[in-house]
Design a protein around this ligand. Structure first.
Ligand code: SAM
Length: 210
């Protein structure tokens, strides 16, 4: 499926206050049952340290290693699969919050502007379903708003079509130097290395906000 992946047709725009996403999208955060989760997130990102975010952390190897190696940063992991979050969360040090949440809704509805120093997305899913697609213009715009002016977005994929799709969404962003390696490979990264698959990487800083 992924060898000749092409972006599915975009969905019609939703109302600005309603960000689509898995797990109920942004409306989810307005439910009383999630007030504690939201408060925990808000307290976590209010801290003074630089904030790094990994989207789709899966088993969490990368973000947990980053958190151990950079204890002077805060690390937020966003992952929609509950079993992955439940398995990794007990290993998270105190500078790390692993949250079962849709990154599209978190960036659009909750993340304070200019707060984030680093966003990492390793091997995003090359979905054919437009409802599940992470890489849309609205996600890229929300990430741009969330990043500090010298903040960086790193995206890595082995799917050439997805790399091209993301490249088009990142028009106007500035090429930047990649941060130091996490010190451990993600699961997909290990497969790509083992099978000698081509891997496409981008590291960019956001365009100046108008
Ligand atoms: C192909 S896997 C890659 C996992 C890992 N980063 C790696 O490199 O092996 C994509 C991951 O992103 C997660 N994911 C997909 N859409 C997401 C979203 N909107 N928000 C948060 N996580 C998401 C999936 O559950 C899955 O764990």
């Amino acid at each position: 499926m992924s060898a000749d992946w092409r972006a599915p047709p975009p969905l019609p725009p939703s109302a600005p206050e309603r960000v689509r996403g898995a797990l109920g999208g942004s409306l989810l955060f307005e439910q009383p049952a999630l007030a504690a989760d939201r408060a925990r997130f808000e307290a976590f990102v209010a801290g003074p340290e630089p904030l790094g975010v990994e989207v789709g952390f899966d088993h969490g190897m990368r973000i947990l290693e980053r958190a151990r190696r950079q204890p002077d940063w805060r690390w937020l992991g966003l992952e929609i699969r509950r079993a992955r979050v439940d398995a990794a969360a007990p290993h998270a040090p105190t500078n790390t919050l692993l949250w079962r949440a849709d990154a599209r809704a978190v960036f659009a509805a909750l993340m304070p502007p200019g707060r984030v120093s680093l966003v990492e997305v390793y091997f995003p899913t090359p979905t054919d379903n437009p409802r599940h697609l992470l890489w849309t213009q609205s996600f890229v715009d929300a990430v741009a708003r969330s990043l500090a002016p010298d903040g960086r977005l790193v995206v890595v994929t082995d799917v050439e079509g997805l790399h091209q799709h993301i490249g088009a969404l990142l028009a106007g962003w500035t090429e930047a130097e990649e941060p130091p390696p996490a010190g451990v490979l993600s699961r997909r990264e290990r497969v790509c290395r083992r099978d000698e698959l081509p891997v496409y990487r981008r590291c960019v800083s956001p365009p100046p906000q108008g």
